[in-house]
Design a protein around this ligand. Structure first.
Ligand SMILES: *Cc1c(COP(=O)(O)O)cnc(C)c1O
Length: 394
């Protein structure tokens, strides 16, 4: 067995049909870190605030069923998904917790599936509310469907303008097949150092709720905060917080690092498939974007951009091998990339390379990649393709 496996004692709990150790590359999901993050968040929230774990986009690339089961055991009580099929996948896996669909749904097929699988839709407009009502009436659906009213307080994405909140809520309340389970909005700038827009959105949310209450309607549940808002201001917690990124152990912004201790859940590893020495002046990979300035020992690693390693990191990224950081060389190809292992002359084929995550004292985070690519860690996490098996590690 290889040194990395011995040292980390990775007793993999299989969540894929292929034996993980026979893979050329894989994603490790650290369930202990996931559980830790949920417990940290739970401790940070008041006992009356519910924790919704947002598991859309296959749990930000981590694998939604495994993540959902773990977070529900660790203190989350709701799940958030983007689409109907994402919700069905969780129900088919036997998950009973309430599931909010954060995206818009309109078609009869979507509405039938929502009723059948007991998913809970977001209602963004009076028109959508009426479509739901008509379709549930047509299928003679017996019990009212719990729905979540979405207000636009400044994100300019889904939702009815906050100034029309009272009329909107009144209309939905009159529809016999719909039962308002919550009223919510979404913040556009909660990760910013400048709180001005967030404060304005919060003020609009408060005003909308005040108008709804003035009609004698008592909203059963209010929620506003994503990860950044949950970490930045307890006044934004209301009855529930909808947390994605922080559950996966990443901070939405540098200035929010001090709030709680989070541990990254996802690690990406691949194997060395060949090791060779190249002479000075030898070009590496397509386009020879890298030319060896002197003799080098290089290794080929079995992972590429078709697995989700962004090609724009070519010649820029580092990887960790035997506990030390080494440079990636030349263009990243679809299924393979090359690294400089001159510092580890006895490196063997089959040894493990860490692309993202920790090995020994070294660490490379999704934030490192995001900074190099001028994007956000959310996109990095969602970028790993299904060709990489997800392996749960305890
Ligand atoms: C994705 C999403 C969240 C979670 O956002 P994070 O920044 O990852 O915590 C919360 N609410 C809504 C409406 C979302 O779409």
């Amino acid at each position: 067995m290889l040194s990395h496996e011995q040292s980390s004692g990775v007793a993999a709990q299989q969540c894929d049909t292929y034996a993980w150790f026979s893979q050329r590359a894989w994603v490790e999901i650290d369930l202990a870190a996931l559980s830790h993050n949920v417990q940290q968040l739970r401790r940070f929230l008041s006992p009356r605030t519910q924790l919704m774990a947002v598991v859309k986009a296959d749990a930000y690339g981590h694998g939604s069923v495994t993540v959902a089961q773990t977070v529900l055991q660790s203190g989350a009580s709701w799940l958030g998904v983007a689409t109907v099929p994402e919700g069905i996948q969780l129900r088919e896996a036997g998950i009973k917790a309430p599931i909010l669909i954060l995206g818009a749904t309109h078609t009869p097929e979507q509405i039938h599936a929502i009723a059948h699988w007991k998913l809970q839709p977001t209602i963004c407009s009076p028109k959508q509310a009426l479509i739901f009502s008509d379709i549930l009436e047509a299928i003679n659906y017996s019990s009212p469907v719990p729905v979540h009213i979405k207000l636009d307080t400044g994100m300019s994405r889904l939702g009815t303008n906050w100034q029309q909140a009272a009329e909107f809520v009144q209309l939905v309340q009159r529809l016999p097949h719909l039962n308002i389970a919550s009223i919510y909005s979404h913040l556009a700038t909660a990760d910013s150092l400048d709180p001005a827009v967030m404060k304005l959105q919060h003020q609009r949310f408060r005003e909308a709720i005040a108008q709804i209450k003035a009609l004698g309607i008592k909203p059963p549940c209010l929620h506003l905060a994503n990860s950044a808002a949950a970490l930045s201001d307890k006044a934004l917690h209301y009855d529930m917080v909808r947390v994605g990124l922080a559950v996966y152990g990443l901070y939405p912004a540098e200035h929010l690092r001090s709030c709680i201790d989070l541990q990254p859940v996802l690690q990406v590893r691949a194997r060395v498939t060949q090791v060779k020495t190249i002479a000075a002046g030898t070009g590496v990979s397509y386009g020879h974007q890298f030319v060896a300035p002197h003799e080098l020992r290089i290794a080929v690693v079995g992972i590429g951009y078709a697995d989700g390693v962004p090609r724009n990191l070519s010649n820029k990224m580092q990887v960790i091998v035997r506990g030390q950081k080494v440079a990636q060389l030349g263009a990243i190809t679809m299924d393979q990339l090359m690294i400089d292992v001159s510092a580890i002359p006895d490196l063997q084929e089959g040894e493990i390379v860490t692309l993202l995550g920790q090995e020994g004292k070294q660490q490379i985070s999704a934030d490192d990649w995001a900074n190099q690519l001028n994007t956000i860690s959310w996109e990095i996490l969602c970028g790993f393709k299904h060709r990489l098996p997800r392996v749960a590690v305890i």
